[in-house]
Design a protein around this ligand. Structure first.
Ligand code: ATP
Ligand code: MG
Length: 718
């Protein structure tokens, strides 16, 4: 068979990796050097040149989106679908294993996945059972503690005993939380991985079967695997040792979630004789972008070290824009995107990247204002929106009445007279009798412990859910969703909410029906369609939006941008405290992770990269003066060009600040001594623009030179 098409368009090092003999392979290479491409070609190579059945291949990528893309590319190369191949994220693969072997894994068949919010709710309940005050035991910290241990593969029994009473209480909370999960058939994200690992560890026949089956295991973004994921890979690849991993230590950005970049070094020890391939040519970015990114990452220590070069031209300089506030920043960015589109390019080729999800709001507002289509990845994604979670909670409760978080979420949405007091009684009953809230509701309906009104309300709810379950059984998926939305009163409830918000919620609910209609239920799936759909919703809530394809600008956090590439990239909010993030500035390790994040962001750009920062930023309701990010100073001057305000901004008719500038800044002129409330005293070096747009450059004695908006700076002339 002619397999040359798989090796075409690859350089020598890439070919070595793709056609490597069976055995452990580590591809260690910088951004844009073709790691993902090599992985994809390797799969095609295995199937076509080595005649390996797609059923014997397991490929793990970092996001569902990446997995879909990879499948598409492989199928294109091979010319036929590879349905039976296991290809997905760690979570979806673990989930698949647990669904197939729920009994062996000690789960109930209808187990449901807990997302982070639901998990928090259950942790609150565990704290309550232990009489631990949330004031002293913040649920988020307990969540962090629990997930941290699970990511390292530890159960409460594995946590070392401690004389410290606080540690002991935390461990108790961990156990109680686990017991609740087990009782109600709930599995959180970390549990998916740990449970799937334990399943294979403890069950020899099953382990044999999968070790035998997966003759080839391939992993993208290996630098971000955590302890349990790596153990899991080792276990699966134990027999054949045919494990192919690709990664870049400079792009390890999930340390805060337990990722271990050391796994890269460990790999060569765990798989002695592993072939190591280094790719050094970057095919993605212009010379300037690459040099700028390399200069930034060069400030990190303890790197494995790589040479990355490109044949591409130097291209345009990296453009830097100093905005006077976050609105100005967003207007500037969107104005530039408009020019890009006017020049005949696509919106989908443009990404706006930010450090923190909350930054997307201002961009969204202005994008809406000018009517430019966009899509936000990350942040509040479709399946995480409140109304969607309500609807899903109904569906989950229909699937499993033992699902307490879902019960809690919707038993009084829409309002039906089940108040706090009734809930307290239900929870007490549930705790004392070790049963679910649903069972408690049924029990209390018949006991005479509740006031008549509460009994009526509970009875109504129980009948509603049972009735819905019955009504929905024979319907197809989308019709089930529709019936539930109508009969639960959810649609009605959100219709009553006034204004755009209510409308958007109703639209989202309607979108859920379309999502169900478009949901492709895999024929081989052992799950009934609804259970498959609910699992899909829980796993999807980590990314992407379930919306129709449209040519739109891509907005996402730097974390979600990993692995992707765009011709035009705006990396925004480059301010000390925001990026690098405040929390990371004290610890050198975390600062280095922020720098890697910056490297990831910059290397997403193919042709043009913009960096921007605002001198004043209002975020989370607070306004603060900020200093440009240190990462900007790490880029050599000759690679950058500063963009001046004024020229582009006047072109479009933006809603400019309504605050009148008259009076403010009166008397400020070149060379004057002025005082600023935060920066102290300084001398005016430069003045630009007029009215609302007037900006002054002041050389402050303490903090050096800054550009300020005259209208906002409140300068006192000395
Ligand atoms: P990242 O570290 O960001 O995940 P990567 O190393 O996975 O990057 P890819 O996404 O695989 O890199 O490749 C980057 C770009 O370079 C892609 O557009 C890819 O198609 C292209 N590319 C890779 N290798 C070659 C090659 N040999 N010839 C032409 N284009 C290539
Ligand atoms: Mg990649």
């Amino acid at each position: 068979m002619d397999v040359s098409h798989i090796l075409e368009d690859l350089n020598d090092a890439q070919r070595d990796a793709v056609a490597a003999p069976p055995g452990p392979v580590l591809v260690l290479a910088g951004a844009g050097s073709g790691k993902t491409r090599v992985l994809t070609h390797r799969v095609a190579w295995l199937v076509e040149a080595c005649q390996i059945s797609p059923l014997s291949i397991l490929a793990v990528t970092f996001t569902n989106k990446a997995a879909q893309e990879m499948r598409g590319r492989i199928e294109q190369m091979l010319g036929f679908p590879v349905n039976g191949m296991w290809m997905g994220t760690f979570h979806s693969t673990a989930h698949r294993l647990l669904r197939a072997h729920w009994q062996e894994a000690g789960l109930v068949q209808s187990f449901q996945i807990l997302d982070s919010d639901d998990q928090l709710r259950l942790i609150r309940r565990a704290l309550k059972e232990l009489n631990l005050d949330e004031g002293y035991w913040p649920p988020r910290q307990v969540q962090w503690y629990i997930n941290g241990h699970k990511e390292e593969g530890r159960r409460p029994g594995d946590v070392a005993d401690s004389a410290d009473s606080q540690q002991r209480e935390l461990r108790r909370a961990f156990s109680t939380y686990e017991a609740l999960c087990q009782r109600f058939g709930l599995v959180d994200f970390a549990e998916l991985l740990l449970r799937a690992y334990e399943l294979l560890c403890n069950n020899e026949p099953l382990r044999d079967r999968y070790q035998d089956r997966f003759q080839h295991v391939l992993v993208d973004e290996f630098q971000d695997t955590n302890a349990i994921q790596y153990e899991w890979l080792k276990l699966l690849a134990h027999r054949h040792r045919r494990i192919f991993v690709v990664g870049d230590d400079d792009q390890s950005i999930y340390g805060w979630r337990g990722a271990r970049v050391e796994n890269i070094l460990q790999f060569e020890k765990d798989f002695p004789g592993a072939m190591v391939v280094r790719l050094e040519q970057n095919y993605r970015s212009t010379g300037t972008i690459l040099n700028a990114a390399n200069a930034v990452i060069d400030h990190n220590r303890g790197r494995l070290g790589k040479n990355l070069w490109t044949e591409d031209d130097a291209g345009e300089p990296v453009r830097v824009y100093a905005a006077y506030n976050e609105i100005d920043e967003a207007r500037f960015v969107i104005d530039r995107i408009q020019s890009w589109v006017d020049a005949g390019n696509r919106r989908s080729e443009v990404a706006i990247l930010y450090r923190s999800n909350a930054q997307s709001r201002v961009f969204e507002e202005i994008l809406l204002d000018v009517g430019m289509p966009y899509r936000v990845y990350g942040g509040l994604r479709f399946f995480e929106r409140a109304e969607i979670k309500d609807a899903l909670a109904y569906l989950r409760l229909l699937a499993s009445r033992q699902d307490d978080p879902s019960f809690e979420r919707i038993c009084n949405v829409p309002t039906r007279g089940i108040g706090n007091k009734t809930m307290e009684q239900l929870r007490d009953h549930a705790r004392i009798n070790q049963v679910s809230l649903w069972d408690s509701a049924r029990a209390l309906m018949h006991a005479h412990e509740l006031p008549g009104r509460a009994v009526t309300a509970l009875t109504g709810f129980v009948r509603l859910v049972d009735g819905l379950a019955e009504e929905a059984t024979d319907l197809d998926l989308a019709d089930q969703v529709e019936v539930v939305l109508q009969r639960s009163g959810l649609l009605q409830h959100y219709r009553k909410e006034k204004g755009e918000r209510g409308e958007a919620r109703v639209e989202n609910l309607e979108e859920l029906v379309s999502a169900a209609r478009n949901f492709e239920h895999d024929e081989d799936d052992e799950l009934p369609p609804m259970a498959a759909f609910l699992s899909h919703a829980a796993l999807e809530s980590g990314e992407g939006q379930a919306e129709q394809w449209e040519d739109c600008v891509q907005l996402m956090s730097l974390h979600s941008a990993k692995g992707l590439e765009f011709p035009l990239v705006f990396l925004t909010g480059l301010e000390e405290g925001l990026f690098p993030h405040q929390r990371s500035m004290q610890e050198p390790g975390r600062l280095e992770e922020e720098r890697r994040l910056c490297y990831v962001g910059m290397t997403r750009a193919m042709r043009q990269l913009y960096l921007s920062y605002a001198e004043v930023r209002r975020l989370h309701g607070r306004e603060s003066y900020t200093a440009p990010s240190r990462f900007l100073a790490e880029i050599p001057d000759e690679l950058m060009a500063e963009v001046r305000a004024g020229t582009t901004l006047q072109r479009t008719n933006w809603r400019v600040h309504e605050t009148p500038a008259a009076g403010d800044g009166a008397g400020v002129s070149l060379g004057r001594h002025v005082r600023h409330s935060a920066f102290g005293d300084g001398v005016v070096l430069n003045i630009e623009g007029r009215g609302d747009h007037a900006r002054v450059q002041v050389n402050f004695d303490e903090v050096g030179s800054k550009w300020l908006v005259l209208a906002y700076a409140n300068l006192e002339v000395l």
